[in-house]
Structures are given as structure tokens and as C-alpha cells.
Design a protein around this ligand. Structure first.
Ligand code: SF4
Length: 226
């Protein structure tokens, strides 16, 4: 998802170049279901791997390296989603979804051939930069733009006030009131194992997590040794 950074530095052309690479495979950071904190109902969460921005305060820094994560066939991921009849829709985040826009477009088309699935997508690009792209046209709702910590207003689905909730269909008309303005996070078990905390963290939680990350990156240990 988006955070503070150089919005627009990597614009539409760069995103198109990357998404044209391979439309049959996705490089993923994490997938999990059910997820309840990134939109209404039970959702299938897809966090793609790779982002060219470097927003200070990014809450998913591990999803940024372009060569990180793991690859999965679009067909395999579509099958995983379709095995979950409890899921109302997808929430796609990252990393930057539009760097793999064509493969995600293909994924959504495949799923929608078999099920009525809604799509909420987070992007670090401004809506004007991705308008008209095939993936954009498949989203019911888009939360756009980078996270700017100075503009963090505590909204439930977005990180900062510059980010816009753009409703492209009537499917998520009530989304603006999702969570009654309160942020929540949850612990989930991603496919492939492990545990992860997802959702839109409060500013304090995000800062705490960043400090903890820096501590471990600098060689800190849990027994206080460093
Ligand atoms: S756009 Fe999102 S994933 Fe990319 S660096 Fe910014 S916050 Fe992190």
C-alpha cells in the first residue's frame, strides 16, 4: 500500500513497461484469506511484490524489492480464489499493483468468468496516472496515491488525507463509512505458512513497527543485546 514518497516520479510509462513483461505469472509478496480489515465482508488479500517508490514510513518495505517474494501462475492463483466461496471480493495491494497490471487484469477476468467478485485496489500512483489502463477498468474501488505521514488523519481505509477513495461502480457505495472511521489490524495466516499482521495501522503502530524493524536491521536481539 502507499506511503510517503515521490508520487509521479515513476509514472504510467514505467508501470506499463513492467506490466508488459509476463501476463501469465505474478510475483507475489503474500496472499491470504479471509481478510476482514481491508474492505467489507470476507476478502481474499493479494499483496504483489515490487515497488519502485521508496516512501519513508512504508508499512510494507519487504514487498518493495522487485526480485523478492515468489512467483505464481495466474491460473493457480485464480483457482485458489475460486476455492473460497466465503469470499466477497479481492483486495489488491503491495508493492505496486500497476507494475504487474496486465497479469492482474488477466487474473481478475479469469475469476470473474466464474464468480461475482468485487475488487478493491491500493496503488501508490495518482488516479490520473493509471486512468484508462485495463486493470483500472476492472476495479470497483481504488485508493490512490502515496502515504504522507504529515497528512495522516486516521481514516479507516486510507493512510493519509491525500489518498482518495475512488468508487468506479456502485458495489462499494458504503465503503466510505467502512470501520466507522476506526483503523484495525488483524493477524492472518498467509498461504505458504507463517503469520502476518495486515490492515491500515495507526500512525503510532506504524512508527513503532518501523522502530522495531530498524532495531533488528541494525543487529538488535530480543534478549536486549545489541
Ligand atoms: S508506494 Fe506503497 S509499497 Fe511502494 S514504497 Fe510507497 S508505501 Fe511502500
Amino acid at each position: 500500500m502507499a506511503a510517503q514518497g515521490d508520487r509521479g516520479h515513476y509514472g504510467r510509462q514505467r508501470a506499463d513497461e513492467r506490466s508488459a513483461a509476463d501476463v501469465t505469472r505474478l510475483r507475489l509478496h503474500m496472499v491470504a484469506a479471509p481478510v476482514h480489515t481491508l474492505g467489507p465482508y470476507a476478502r481474499f488479500g493479494i499483496w504483489v511484490q515490487g515497488c519502485m517508490k521508496s516512501c519513508p514510513g512504508c508499512v510494507t518495505p519487504d514487498a518493495r524489492p522487485l526480485s523478492g517474494g515468489y512467483e505464481m501462475d495466474v491460473d493457480t492463483l485464480a483457482r485458489l480464489v475460486l476455492r473460497r466461496p466465503d469470499i466477497e471480493g479481492l483486495t489488491i495491494s503491495g508493492g505496486e499493483p500497476f507494475l504487474q497490471g496486465d497479469a492482474l487484469y488477466r487474473l481478475i477476468l479469469k475469476i470473474r468468468c466464474a464468480a461475482d467478485i468485487g475488487v478493491i485496489l491500493y496503488t501508490g500512483y495518482a488516479y490520473e496516472e493509471i486512468e484508462g489502463q485495463p486493470l483500472t477498468g476492472q476495479c470497483d474501488a481504488i485508493i490512490d496515491g502515496p502515504y504522507l505521514s504529515d497528512l495522516d488523519d486516521g481514516g479507516s481505509l486510507r493512510g493519509s488525507a491525500n489518498q482518495r477513495l475512488i468508487l468506479q461502480t456502485s458495489r462499494y457505495q458504503g465503503l466510505i463509512s467502512f470501520g466507522a472511521g476506526r483503523r484495525t489490524t488483524e493477524w492472518i495466516r498467509p498461504y505458504g505458512g507463517g503469520l502476518a499482521q495486515v490492515g491500515v495501522p495507526s500512525r503510532q503502530d506504524a512508527e513503532r513497527a518501523q522502530k522495531l524493524r530498524s532495531f533488528f536491521e541494525q543487529g538488535g536481539t530480543v534478549d536486549g543485546g545489541k
